[in-house]
Write a protein of this length. Structure first.
Ligand code: ATP
Ligand code: MG
Length: 559
């Protein structure tokens, strides 16, 4: 939401001015128009937050419209997934539409343009059209079919519809200006013949309208006031306006903003589809994917994604946003809502030799220091516990504040622990630590005032439950995977270590009741959530959503 102190972005400023000027009687109506040819990604989230956000802030409406004019690539599977993702992000559309619902109206309008001398049927092949169009400094040439009579055009257009011609044999083109500096105005195609069934209209049509001929008219039919899209459509705006002016229908304002690009990932449906189809990932909802369903499965909250979209704001120039910014938004929200738990991912057994055998006790732990109402829980503690292997180092240097022989460390919510002996297997690997604890340090402090530097997490061995934990890293090794070195394919830049699976992790017993999708902070490790797809009561599976600190930035600094 916009607070009065915050400067309005250029879109919101425009809408504010339009409302003040009484344009469209002060009405604000936006739309989000995905093509159902893939799953939504983080870039779409930016567009959703903008169009739905503007509608909300100005007391207006926002439609969901499926821009389904490419029958080959589209599918109802995508339609359902898109609805799901928009809802998950927290938005409700005022009405739902399909561009294909307007095919009849668009056809009638095309007939009107033919009658008014603004459109003609052209027999040029795809290659000829391209050749005649010219280029940036090359003037276009008129098609030899440009001066066909209205009667002939009407007859041919009807026969195109009736299926008399093959794919590519004819097209309907707008008659604008083959000498225009704007390529989009050099007699653009309005209809192409395609003998292909459509996922909604079936075999009714064998000619399909182009994006440009569909989009503005769909906006107009729905009474859209502000049609917000990404920068690549800026040069299409004169065509958008031309069609609407020639038809004399309600005129929405198209305005453009920069696409979202994120470091270490790709953000195009075509590339994401290639990753899915080539089994580089487990599916559209693989938690490493920048899709909305992927990050949702990974444990990201809709609040975090919305706040990220708010933080990045809107610009009129394309740029790439640092992934760390997204991760900060995720941490920011999870820090407030995620309950803390203890989990040991790479367990090392510790036997506390002076703790009575066969006994155990309950320790009180705080669920969320950021939220008092989250309360406390009890954690069992006993003679045998697990600690993280990385929290012990043999003969450690002075700066190592975790566990080493002869020094004390604090077990969070329990006691001071001292390591006396290290047990190893035949290969010299540490398999167990023999320790003692100080029963006087129950409150985390020693009565004699002696200090310990480090605090580590732990889990009672007798009570621990097991789980698989999946650790994710960036999908690409290169900051900009679009910068492909010569002789390489963009997929060669995939990070081979983007997924690390940890088996037999030890978790505190309260996590046995964790439900699908539930999010936690594992103390000292990061934020995790129960995988909604693969986790079962017999085999719990957790996804790491994000680490506590920006481990990646640190790693980069070191190298
Ligand atoms: P892709 O290139 O990934 O296939 P697209 O632009 O073809 O994306 P559409 O389904 O046509 O995808 O997009 C629906 C809306 O989302 C459009 O208004 C488009 O401008 C917007 N959008 C798509 N990608 C981004 C992005 N990276 N950042 C911001 N908005 C985006
Ligand atoms: Mg598109």
């Amino acid at each position: 939401m916009n607070t009065p102190e915050k400067k309005l972005d250029f879109i919101r400023q425009l809408v504010t001015d339009d409302v003040a000027a009484g344009l469209n009687d002060g009405r604000v109506h936006t739309r989000f128009p995905p093509e159902p040819n893939g799953y939504l990604h983080l870039g779409h989230a930016k567009a959703i937050c903008l169009s739905f956000g503007v509608a909300q802030e100005f007391g207006g409406k926002c439609n969901l419209r499926f821009d389904d004019t490419n029958p080959e690539k589209e599918d109802t599977e995508y339609v359902d997934a898109i609805r799901d993702d928009v809802k998950w992000l927290g938005f409700e559309w005022d009405s739902e539409h399909f561009a294909s619902d307007y095919f009849d109206q668009l056809y009638d309008w095309a007939v009107q343009l033919i009658k008014d001398g603004h459109a003609y049927v052209c027999d040029q092949s795809f290659e000829e059209v391209r050749e005649y169009r010219g280029g940036w400094n090359v003037e276009g040439k008129d098609s030899p079919f440009r001066e066909r009579s209205v009667e002939e055009n009407l007859d041919l257009f009807q026969r195109m519809r009736d299926g008399e011609f093959k794919d590519g044999e004819k097209s309907l083109r707008a008659k604008i200006d083959m000498k225009s500096d704007n390529m989009n105005l050099r007699d653009p195609a309005m209809y192409r013949i395609r003998h292909t069934a459509h996922h909604r209209t079936g075999d009714k049509w064998c000619l399909y309208p182009t994006y440009d001929w569909t989009h503005g008219q769909s906006d107009s039919i729905e009474g859209i006031t502000h049609s917000l899209c990404t920068l690549e459509f800026e040069h299409h705006r004169p065509l958008y306006d031309w069609y609407i002016e020639k038809l004399g229908i309600h005129h929405p304002k198209q305005r453009e903003f920069a696409r979202l690009n994120l470091t270490y990932t790709v953000m195009s449906k075509r590339k994401l589809l290639e990753l899915v189809q080539g089994d580089y990932v487990s599916g559209w909802d693989d938690p490493r994917m920048p899709t909305i369903c992927g990050i949702r499965r990974r444990g990201v909250t809709p609040e975090a994604l919305r706040s990220f979209c708010d933080v990045i704001g809107l610009t009129k120039t394309n740029s790439t946003t640092d992934l760390a910014l997204f991760q900060n938004s995720i941490r920011g929200h999870l820090n407030q809502i995620a309950q803390r738990r203890m989990a040991v991912l790479d367990p090392l057994k510790v036997v506390i030799e002076n703790y009575p055998e066969g006994e155990s006790e309950m320790r009180k732990a705080i669920n969320n220091p950021e939220d008092e109402s989250a309360g406390t829980r009890e954690m069992p503690f006993g003679r045998e516990i697990y600690i993280e292997r990385a929290d012990f180092m043999e003969d450690a240097p002075k700066k190592f504040f975790r566990l080493t022989q002869g020094r004390e460390v604090r077990l969070k919510y329990a006691y001071f622990l001292k390591c006396n002996d290290v047990i190893k297997d035949a290969e010299g690997n540490v398999t167990e630590l023999r320790c003692t604890y100080d029963p006087e340090t129950s409150g985390g402090k020693a009565p004699d005032g002696r200090k310990v530097k480090g605090t580590i997490h732990w889990v009672s061995a007798e009570h621990a439950i097991e789980a698989q934990v999946r650790l994710y890293d960036v999908l690409f090794t290169q900051e900009n995977p679009g910068d492909v070195p010569e002789g390489k394919d963009w997929k060669d830049l995939l990070n081979p270590d983007s997924l690390k699976i940890m088996e037999n992790c030890k978790l505190e017993p309260s996590l046995a009741s964790a439900e699908a999708g539930q999010r936690y902070q594992f103390e000292r490790l990061g934020y995790f959530c129960v995988d909604p797809k693969d986790s079962t009561t017999d085999q719990l599976v957790f996804n790491r959503t994000v680490t506590l600190k920006d481990a990646w930035a640190n790693k980069k600094k070191k190298t």
